[in-house]
Design a binder for this molecule. Structure first.
Ligand code: IMP
Length: 192
């Protein structure tokens, strides 16, 4: 039997790899690499939910396939939840991970409360049902980047109770506990 096909609206190859590994081989995933000129949907909403919905609807309109999209933010308690929905553009429009981490470590200089969480919202739209699923990972921000795996803010994020940063976790270890892993498993439960 042919596997159900879903479209994942992301241009981030690392997100695609993580989500494909979490979803396993029950679904066939199409993504930007299957489109000729994938348009980047601008994230204009003030919430993760809003942006995930915006992307899911836009890529559904483009592909006609049941579509999901995620938006993720790093919410730092001492910064009142910033950078949050603006995590990608925190240090400027280029979305440069090193610049973003440098800016965050600078803002937290001398700050003792390092607690933070990653939060992912996945939106699913198939032309009828519109649903959102969330997942979070609590932890704290370190003092210098460590590790080479993962992406984004992983080198400065210590999951709660861990002495390793997320960038020192294997892909499987990260998927087992991560915000994206949790949101994706919530989403799968709805699909099956
Ligand atoms: P977006 O969901 O692509 O808008 O991601 C927002 C920002 O958070 C970007 O700077 C990403 O690099 C970063 N980000 C998203 N997911 C993760 C993750 O799993 N670990 C670390 N950083 C992430």
């Amino acid at each position: 039997m042919e596997k159900p096909r879903l479209f994942f609206g992301t241009g981030n190859a690392k997100k695609l790899k993580e989500i494909s590994e979490i979803l396993g081989d029950r679904y066939a995933i199409s993504s930007f690499r299957d489109l000729e000129n994938p348009p980047e949907v601008e994230e204009t909403e003030p919430t993760l939910e809003g942006n995930a919905i915006l992307k899911a609807k836009a890529y559904y309109a483009l592909t006609g396939l049941p579509t999901f999209a995620d938006d993720t933010g790093l919410e730092v308690d001492a910064l009142g939840g910033r950078p949050g929905v603006y995590s990608a553009r925190y240090a400027g429009p280029a979305g440069d991970a090193v610049a973003n981490m440098t800016k965050l470590l600078g803002e937290l200089e001398g700050v003792e409360d390092r607690s933070a969480r990653f939060r992912t919202v996945i939106a699913f739209y198939d032309g009828q049902a519109l649903k959102t699923y969330a997942g979070e990972l609590r932890g704290s921000i370190g003092y210098t980047p460590r590790g080479t795996k993962g992406f984004g803010y992983d080198p400065i994020f210590f999951p709660e109770g861990s002495e390793r940063t997320l960038a020192e976790y294997s892909a499987d270890e990260k998927n087992a506990i991560s915000h994206r892993g949790r949101a994706t498993r919530n989403f799968i439960e709805h699909l099956t």
